[in-house]
Design a protein around this ligand. Structure first.
Ligand SMILES: C[S@@+](CC[C@H](N)C(=O)[O-])C[C@H]1O[C@@H](n2cnc3c(N)ncnc32)[C@H](O)[C@@H]1O
Length: 261
């Protein structure tokens, strides 16, 4: 298994369950992840389509750099069973009281709160990500949101150094994506706020590494895993770039503010 350590981030190119089971129990202060949804389309056969066909709509930006990803074609029973396995393994890898935030679309929302709880987490709510400028649908309600089903590893102490967080977020979906289902960095930064300051964020399905970029920007440490080599390499590059920009910001700011020299 390839492992890259970039600043406070440890990135595994491998299978999520294998990595989660290999972590020391109680490693993570928060699990924040955007797993494969095994969703898409109105009919059962639609979920067997490639991810680009399922999740990218024409006119929603430049998707030339994206590639299909695997693990997204399970039927509903298998999806529930498999998601419960990794949800339980993520719980084992987390500290008591750690928050968990799992992304879902509207189709998989009911099963997402099921697998979160089946994995052993206490379910605490659903936080919508409302997409600005969604594609309008004639004669229908527009599908304008994805959802974050969240919970905690048992009772959740209030004195973790985390303030009051909003109940929903509004952002544009990224237009110039490198991953089919890439999330906005700003949205993931808001998610990372649920992790205690200086804590370790775990994302077993990091894709192009957006959670890791956000975690480092907010001064958290990060463990990520990705099974696609292409996306793993993109995640390594994006996290390296994030680290460089943090370094530059920290070293330029005093001069810009006239505080030095
Ligand atoms: C929904 S995407 C995450 C996208 C990410 N939030 C971003 O902004 O780039 C889910 C990722 O999980 C990866 N994946 C699917 N099954 C996996 C498995 N069993 N182990 C590790 N990674 C897996 C896919 O390759 C895909 O990149």
């Amino acid at each position: 298994m390839r492992v890259e350590i970039i600043g406070g981030a440890t990135l595994y190119h491998g299978e999520a369950l294998e990595v989660l089971q290999a972590l020391m129990p109680g490693t993570a202060d928060a699990v924040i992840t955007d797993p494969p949804y095994s969703s898409g389309g109105a009919f059962r056969g639609d979920r067997a389509l490639d991810t680009k066909a399922k999740y990218l709509s024409t006119g929603s930006g430049n998707h030339e750099k994206t590639s299909d990803f695997g693990g997204d074609n399970r039927d509903q029973r298998s999806f529930h069973f498999w998601s419960t396995l990794w949800s339980a393994a993520a719980l084992r890898a987390s500290k008591p009281g750690a928050p968990a935030a799992f992304f879902s679309d509207w189709r998989q929302l009911p099963v997402s709160s099921d697998y979160l709880q089946a994995g052993g987490w206490v379910w605490r709510g659903v936080v919508p990500w409302v997409k600005k400028s969604p594609r309008p649908q004639m004669g229908r309600f527009t599908s304008a949101a994805e959802y974050v089903v969240w919970g905690s590893a048992g009772p959740m102490p209030v004195d973790r150094g985390v303030g009051c967080l909003p109940g929903f977020y509004e952002y544009h979906a990224p237009t110039d994506r490198e991953h089919v289902t890439q999330k906005p960095v700003a949205l993931m930064a808001d998610m990372v706020e649920i992790c205690e300051p200086g804590g370790l964020v775990l994302d077993p399905f990091m894709g192009s590494g957006t959670t890791g970029v956000a975690a480092l920007k907010l001064g958290r440490r990060f463990i990520g895993c990705e099974q696609s080599l292409q996306y793993f390499d993109i995640a390594c590059r994006r996290i390296e770039e994030a680290l460089e920009s943090i370094f530059v910001e920290r070293h330029e700011l005093p001069e810009q503010l006239g505080l030095e020299g």
